[in-house]
Write a protein that binds this ligand. Structure first.
Ligand code: B3K
Ligand code: ZN
Length: 854
């Protein structure tokens, strides 16, 4: 029995520069599972072939496997695993290796490999979970065709699923057990292997592909949840059609199955033909899911589906190339989501989360390029940088090459690399070859960490406008020197008097440290609109007069730029003392617009965390006080307009249309401002909305403002919500979150008390809903006495032995100590040191804590 809990003192660092092609290939794999939660036997038959002329042994990875027998070409072999490897010296160039191992799914709390969830058995193999199922060269550049046989108790596990197509099934033992055989014709790396056995019911549908093939679709879940799968199914069919139209990609199996499970480390997994989802991203109905939940379901369903081409048919050579599939697939799902509703609102949302999470990461101790070059635990690299900055890098290629050039690039990429495990470099080369553009300098985006800063000055003389743009990227750990990157900036000038744009928008390509753009025929000093639609993932430093921001917030013809002007004005205002009249007036003007979905996003003030990100040292309490004061000012100044926005959008009939969602959003943003007036009438309205809501968006919005208040109805509302939804995990997650996110002084005490609630558990969704939510509550996590930090570290230590990958994610906020005053920084460091001193710490938490302190 191997034991992965006992981590060596200093875990091994894996380096990109050490990459070597696999010594042995495994063209075919046959797996035979005798499934039971307490003891599962896995017989694996691998055909292996020597890759090239060498005499190195075959090294198989294995973790927490009990080896019962091993044969090589049918002959019993006594070799035993050493550590986490089984090393076999083979005489010939091919061999058949058969292993029989025993594993214990019910004891697998890491949720990697084969594990039990809600009475079902399921797998998660990416990145390195397959080695917890059987001995195998667990790396993405070993591609095999799989045939799978599984046998299980027929009553407990009436449904048996695996990748590909089912080819046979039958009963054993007079019907007490049954079995199924599945084969997947497409060679795949082992991280895409999946198997599910459970008491599940399908929501079925079908899709006819562009070449006329019919695909049977099914979403499998507990019987009671089947009606809640309709939105996911609709999204699946829409994404299948969208990928045909926009990328020419057709689905390639006769069946596509999705299974929803309650215990899952992240959102979902793109296993070939058998996606496994966190149920949070499948189940949705108006009563229990918010509009944001509905959108997230569609986005994640699309994302996993799109992986069929960007990830599965063409996969990664090694895990350093993760952004090859993730950045590209996030970009594709963002495009898809933009096409389903308002592109501008979707872009605002994407940029907001990029700035909130990725910019912080890029400025912190774990900053890494979208293609990292070393890691201790690859699970720590499923980051906003690899995913979301990765998507921004792809978006820049799209902007630079244009729609047609980009499509030619992806066409060439698919044609050239189908069936291969490739690198980010292969992708860029396909873009280069298809477009004829030289992307040499662009490649720096893959190598350099850190968010570039673009400084801007505008000069106007005679009738010439001169824009000077400088770029610098601050040092990041291990990368003291940064070179200029190739970045596309969309910009436009506006005429101050008429409000009209002067000429066309320009696409300026920055390649040098300094770039000068001279624009003739500009008679009066213009207003500059820069980085429109957020064309590059940079921080723009432009000492722009408040009047220009106010102007752009009203007149810019790029909706993202209108939003951005207001955000920057708000940041300027919130980061300083003094009057806030310009901002309040601009908010009022925006509130008078005619697109509720856009207004709702534009009038939201930047979060306390984002305000903190702008300063050298985060002034926790002052930021909160200032933001509340400005919110109060904006609320009272436009009191009647907020009430009009609230009441005017309150009677909308429930529908999942962009229009209805936009109106709900504006109504609930207005409710937030009304609460900031401090008027009793607002509390009464919130409670009435809470009680009478016919959908979760309205109910949780009302509960959330009440939870953040001293309203007399607060306690009753929280209790009523719990009673109404107890037993529904995803809704109870929201109940935990609204309490952990409250700005009230008793939030830490309440959060600690909630860890003793009978519904609190180590389920990843539940941990994120309480501990994760508290971790982003800047005001209360960063209480000056350090109690918030101690709580977070307690939780990390409690979760680490159970589920290290989740523990490592929960501790991220502690790594930001350099951004706080010395008192807080010392308290944060003390908790990181406490983590590092803990015996038997996982390598996941070790890597995060040691990098945070370095
Ligand atoms: N590829 C998976 C993520 C797996 C995470 C492993 N630690 C989901 C996705 O990005 O689509
Ligand atoms: Zn993905």
């Amino acid at each position: 029995m191997l034991d992965a809990q006992f981590t060596p003192q200093v875990p091994h660092t894996v380096r990109l520069s050490d990459y070597r092609p696999p010594d042995w290939l495994v063209p075919t794999v046959a797996l035979d599972f005798d499934l039971a939660p307490g003891c599962t036997r896995v017989r694996a038959t691998l055909t292996v072939t020597r890759n090239g002329a060498h005499d190195r042994p075959l090294v198989l990875d294995g973790q927490e496997l009990r080896l019962l027998s091993l044969t090589v070409d049918g002959v019993a072999d006594a070799t035993q695993p050493v550590g986490e490897h089984l090393t076999l010296r083979l005489a010939g160039d091919t061999a058949v290796i058969e292993t029989l191992v025993e594993i214990v799914p019910s004891a697998n709390t890491r949720l990697m490999g084969l594990y039990a969830s809600g009475g079902n058995l399921c797998t998660q193999c990416e990145a390195e979970g397959f080695r917890r199922i059987t001995f195998f060269p667990d790396r993405p550049d070993v591609l095999s065709t799989y045939s799978v046989r599984m046998k299980a108790d027929a009553r407990a596990y009436p449904v048996l699923l695996a990748n590909g197509n089912m080819v046979a099934r039958g009963d054993d033992d007079g019907g007490d057990t049954h079995w199924a055989e599945w084969t997947d014709p497409w060679p795949k790396p082992c991280y895409l292997f999946a198997l599910v056995a459970g008491d599940l019911q399908p929501l079925r549908d079908r899709f006819t592909t562009m070449s006329g093939r019919e695909v049977q679709l099914a979403i499998w879940t507990a019987a009671a949840d089947v009606p809640r799968c309709a939105h996911a199914m609709a999204a699946l069919k829409t994404s299948m059609a969208w990928d045909e139209v926009h990328y020419g990609r057709e689905y390639d199996l006769d069946v596509f199955n999705i299974v929803a499970v309650a215990d899952f480390n992240f959102g979902a997994m793109e296993n070939k033909g058998l996606n496994v989802f966190n149920s949070k991203y499948i189940l949705a109905d108006p009563e229990t899911a918010t509009d944001a939940d509905f959108d997230a379901v569609a986005a994640v369903v699309a994302h996993e589906y799109f992986h069929n081409w960007t990830g599965n048919r063409i996969t990664c050579r090694d895990w350093f190339q993760l952004s090859l599939k993730e950045g590209l697939t996030v970009f594709r799902d963002q495009q898809f989501s933009g096409d389903q509703g308002s592109r501008a609102v979707r872009r605002i949302d994407d940029v907001r989360s990029l700035r909130a999470v990725q910019f912080q990461e890029d400025a912190g101790p774990t900053a890494h390029p979208i293609r990292p070059d070393h890691y201790i635990e690859i699970g720590n690299f499923y980051t906003a940088t690899v995913y979301n900055k990765g998507a921004e890098v792809i978006r820049m290629l799209y902007t630079l090459l244009g729609e047609a050039g980009f499509r030619a690039g992806t066409d060439l990429y698919f044609e050239r690399h189908d069936g291969q495990a490739v690198t980010c470099e292969d992708f860029v080369r396909a873009m280069e070859d298809a477009s004829g553009r030289d992307l040499t300098q662009f490649r720096r985006w893959y190598e350099q960490a850190g968010t570039p800063r673009v400084g801007v000055t505008l000069a106007h003389e005679g009738s010439t406008a001169t824009i000077t743009l400088t770029q610098t990227t601050p040092p990041t750990p291990g990368q003291p020197i940064k070179l200029p990157v190739h970045l596309p900036l969309r910009l436009a000038l506006f005429d101050r008097a008429s409000g009209a744009r002067i000429g066309d928008e320009r696409l300026v390509e920055l390649t040098e440290a300094t770039t000068t753009v001279v624009i003739p025929d500009v008679p009066t000093r213009p207003v500059l609109s820069l980085n429109r639609d957020f064309s590059a993932p940079v921080i723009v430093e432009h000492a722009c007069p408040a009047a220009d921001r106010v102007f752009l917030s009203a007149h810019d013809d790029d909706p993202f730029a209108r939003y951005e002007a207001l955000q920057q004005l708000a940041l300027d205002t919130l980061s300083a003392e003094g009057p806030c009249d310009d901002l309040v007036a601009a908010l009022g003007a925006t509130l008078g617009g005619d697109d509720p979905a856009f207004i709702a996003e534009a009038v939201l003030l930047p979060t306390e965390a984002f305000i903190g990100d702008q300063a050298a040292v985060v002034a926790v309490d002052a930021i909160h006080a200032r933001r509340e004061a400005v919110r109060h000012a904006a609320a009272t100044a436009h009191r009647d307009a907020w009430w009009a926005a609230y009441r005017g959008n309150a009677d909308a009939a429930y529908a999942q249309t962009p229009e209805a969602k936009g109106r709900r959003r504006l109504k609930n943003v207005a409710l937030g401002y009304l609460m900031a007036t401090g008027e009793r009438e607002a509390e009464v309205a919130a409670y009435a909305q809470f009680e009478n809501a016919n959908n979760m968006t309205d109910r949780i919005a009302a509960l959330s403002v009440l939870a953040n208040s001293d309203a007399p109805e607060r306690t009753a509302a929280l209790a009523a919500f719990y009673d109404r939804f107890k037993g529904d995990a995803s809704v109870i997650d929201k109940w935990f979150s609204v309490q952990a996110m409250s700005s009230r002084a008793d939030t830490l005490a309440a959060t600690i008390a909630l860890t003793r609630h009978p519904d609190f558990s180590h389920n990843p969704n539940r941990l994120r809903s309480l501990v994760g939510a508290f971790g982003v509550n800047q005001l209360r996590l960063h209480a000056a006495d350090g109690a918030g930090y101690a709580f977070l570290a307690d939780q990390v230590l409690s979760v680490d032995p159970v589920n290290p990958s989740t523990a490592a994610r929960l501790m991220t906020p502690l790594g930001r100590w350099r951004r706080f005053d010395e008192g807080r920084a010392a308290l944060m460091r003390a908790q990181l040191q406490r983590l590092l001193k803990t015996p038997r710490l996982s390598k996941d938490v070790f890597e995060m804590a040691s990098k945070s302190l370095a």
